[in-house]
Design a protein around this ligand. Sequence first.
Ligand code: SF4
Length: 517
Amino acid sequence: MAYEPIWNQDPSKLNKMELWKLEKDGLDVIRTIIEEYAHKGYDSIPEDDMNRFKWAGVYEQKPKDGHFMMRVRINSGVMTSDQAREMAAIAKQYGRDLVDVTTRQAIQFHWLRVEDLPDIFNRLEKVGLYSYEACGDCPRTIVGNPLADIDKDELIDTKDLVNQVNDFFLMNRDFSNLPRKYKMSISSNIYNSGHAEIQCLAFTPATKVIDGQEVIGFHVWVGGGLSAKPHLAKQMDMFVTPEEVLKVAVGVTTVYRDHGYREKRHHARLKFLVADWGVEKFREEVIKVIGEMPTKGDDKTVGWQAAYFDGVHPQKQEGLSYIGLSLPVGRITADELFDLARISDQYGKGTLRATVSQNLIVSDIPNEKIDEVLKEQVFERLTPNPKHFMSRTVSCTGNEFCNLAVVETKARAVSVAEYLDEHVQLDEEVRIHFIGCPNACGQKHIADIGLQGALIKTPEGMVDAFDIAVGGILGPGAQFNTTLKGRVKGDNVGPVLAQLIHFFKENRNNGESFNEF
Ligand code: SF4
């Protein structure tokens, strides 16, 4: 049944997806999947509801033959061993043993059938997990500090805050029809573990003296995002205490819901509204919703570690350490996830942590147990001491499963990283990101070397190729990378990158890093 829209826009200017959303809210598809499509099968699903599957966190997988992929929201990337075990069991039973860690700290399955979905929804819910709204025009998985509550470099533990904001927005029909996807991060890590500048809305660590007392809180960034037209988020002139984070998130999301563009899908993200209005006007509109707020305090972000944690590191808690593992391009097997869950129970406190760099962390290991833990066989492949280039290579799903992909990415990324590890010696890590189309799920724009898939014509026909961009960085001095001239055939990417890195080694000035070059 159609319902009254909560925004004011001329219906004749709404795109097709908007009209579908007015006919039936995206969230309603969850019930239809459970009650109807799971019984009647893949062929019974009409086009409009197939598009609404995203609100269930489910996408059709390539080549559209009845298989689906699903994303599961993991708040801040922090999951219990029971949750990890259930996801491993689901991957084993329905997902051909495949588990991907995404660049939003989510867990992704493949090869699911619509008949499997009710059981999967049910089993996830029993361990407190949801795929709902991990995709779709709604607030998606909230990124946070994967080290929340064990981090020496955070001002406050943000785990509960992320949970609070997640719980408010998840399945909330006041916010289930936004103009487009909507991405938030909340982190108090001083090295920007939430990748604030590429979020629609981000909270970063700050302090402010109020009534003579130094208060720990957040600064607020709005309007970031990647894809074909990337924008760095702008900081609003606002200081937010932890108690007011949810209020501000509601205010910003309300302004986006009611004023965001709904005419063209490719021009509907919050970044376009913020760019057109300017951040001052955007702040004024937020204030109209939530009331006056204090102006900015002192920024506490000091740099960017790109959310890499490989190796063994001391925690905030005396005597405990965490082990940062490297997952080649974020992909593991169900058995490996079972193993990590067991290890986290056996040696730690039953917690695993996913990072936006597509890796996992096992935390709370007593220091005296570290040597013993490191002998576990699973750490031979998922090593805390990865090879140089493999450790910093990120990849989106690519055309193995993604219908929007132009080229294959994950296998290519692994072969390029292996080539570089064999042929190039370098004293600093170079972050290499692969994406299979301009949508940029693999966050190509923020990489030292970003590769975007394309096709080129050769005498043998069309073949995979990549555009190469260099110099992306976040944190203070954030900038997207710059695309170089020319397009490189997929098979030549390894040797070309090796040449590029050699050129950098030979020509850089003292201590110059790759993105300063
Ligand atoms: Fe698919 Fe493109 Fe996203 Fe890669 S970047 S997963 S190809 S939509």
